[in-house]
Design a protein around this ligand. Structure first.
Ligand code: CAA
Length: 380
């Protein structure tokens, strides 16, 4: 058992954290306030090789492991959880192609993401179906030599900027899981109608909106795997992406701890630094323990993937634990700052707003516990 990162991983982390501190943090508050998409940072992160980490080397990718990806994810989220959501959504959308796509699909759809700055969006959730993902209603009907896609998706990260969508739909809603199919939809196809950009509590630098597909023509070669294989592909994709989302919680939580600990040594009350008061020390200790435990769970969930082992249970441990810990840690960071923490002039109020979404997207903290219960109870 060895808990240390390799020399190469340490170098990757150092480059990513430097980028987060120099290129993301200075712009995070402004992009959040203006609800502006981080094109400049996205493009620079892409140039550094930090985007689309799931693309295999043979299709032009950098060849990162899952452990490399969560190491990068933590560092970039330290810079801004909102910008990192936009970055990560590319991986989430490309993963179904990397996991279940044919050689031709990988050549055609993944390679361009390594050759130029491009954005992708993953479309699973619908206005009426979030946690109950298998209840989706978007339909795919055969029509001669192609298919026709109709339906509405909601809460789609990157939708307004995307060059490519990966859409989950059904050939027959009564088949539930067995009818679900994943299709690749190029953004320039006729019939794609974007909804209005959501005005969100946090992650405001990311673009989130609904998308409607109205009689969109889908060539047969854009189906990932076979008809009816989309559900398992979606679940496998989430097994890969949940450790990454959890790494974002670790990055945000580490930033909150760093801010709170530093501030506690600057702020004086009752004649001493507040770090000298046990009430503050208890909060700092709890933050540090939870950051470390979250990071270890995230690394284990990623390591299992790299070993080719099933990580469903540990990925949900990581996602639920790290997201809940991030919410608690950022809330305590605001508490350490007191009144100043509640002001937008200090960084921690944004961290607290951003933390909330990690408990909701890619499966709520409650859904993670359902997944865990299913996996645990199977053993008895
Ligand atoms: N790998 C392989 N197969 C899996 C699997 C996995 N991880 N998880 C489930 N399956 C299989 C099951 O074994 C079962 O197979 P059989 O029919 O052969 O027995 C089948 O899939 C159905 O599984 P369940 O009975 O568990 O399905 P369910 O309908 O009860 O749903 C759920 C389970 C875990 C609640 C699922 O609906 C879920 O994960 N919901 C949350 C959805 C979610 O995370 N959405 C996030 C959207 S993306 C997002 O937020 C992105 C963003 O913008 C950033």
């Amino acid at each position: 058992m060895d808990f240390s990162l390799s020399t190469e991983q340490k170098e990757i982390f150092d480059t990513a954290i430097k980028f987060a501190k120099n290129e993301m943090i200075p712009h995070a508050l402004e992009l959040d306030e203006k609800s502006q998409f981080p094109h400049e940072q996205f493009k620079k992160a892409w140039e550094l090789g930090f985007i689309n980490t799931c693309i295999p080397e043979e299709y032009g990718g950098v060849g990162f492991t899952a452990l490399d990806s969560v190491t990068i994810g933590e560092a970039l989220a330290y810079g801004c959880m909102g910008m990192n959501t936009a970055f990560m959504a590319n991986d989430l959308a490309l993963l179904p192609i990397a996991i279940g796509g044919s050689h031709e699909q990988k050549e055609k759809f993944l390679k361009p993401f390594t050759e130029e700055y491009r954005i992708a969006a993953f479309c699973l959730t619908e206005p009426g179906n979030g946690s109950d993902a298998a209840g989706l209603k978007t339909t795919l009907k055969e029509s001669g030599d192609h298919y026709i896609l109709n339906g509405e998706k909601m809460w789609i990260t990157n939708a307004g900027e995307a060059h490519l969508f990966v859409v989950y739909c059904t050939v027959d809603p009564t088949l539930k899981h067995k009818g679900i199919t994943a299709v690749i939809v190029e953004a320039d196809r006729d019939g794609i109608v974007l909804g209005k950009k959501e005005d969100k509590m946090g992650h405001r630098a990311s673009d989130t909106r609904g998308v409607r597909f109205e009689n969109v023509k889908i060539p047969k070669e854009n189906i990932i795997g076979n008809i009816g294989e989309g559900w398992k592909l979606a679940m496998k994709t989430l097994d890969h992406s949940r450790p990454l989302v959890a790494s974002s919680a670790v990055g945000g939580a580490q930033r909150a701890l760093d801010c709170a600990a530093k501030y506690s040594k600057e702020r004086k009350q009752f004649g001493v630094e507040i770090a000298g008061h046990q009430a503050i020390q208890m909060m700092i200790s709890n933050m540090a323990m939870k950051v470390e435990a979250s990071r270890l769970l995230v690394q284990k969930a990623a390591w299992l993937l790299d070993q080719g082992l099933k990580n469903t249970e540990v990925a949900s441990y990581a996602k639920a634990f790290a997201a809940d810990a991030c919410m608690e840690i950022t809330t305590d960071a605001v508490q350490v700052y007191g009144g100043y923490g509640y002001s937008k002039e200090y960084p921690v109020e944004k961290l607290m707003r951003d933390a909330k979404l990690i408990q909701i997207y890619e499966g709520t903290s409650q859904i993670q516990r359902l997944v865990i219960a299913k996996e645990v109870l199977k053993k008895y």
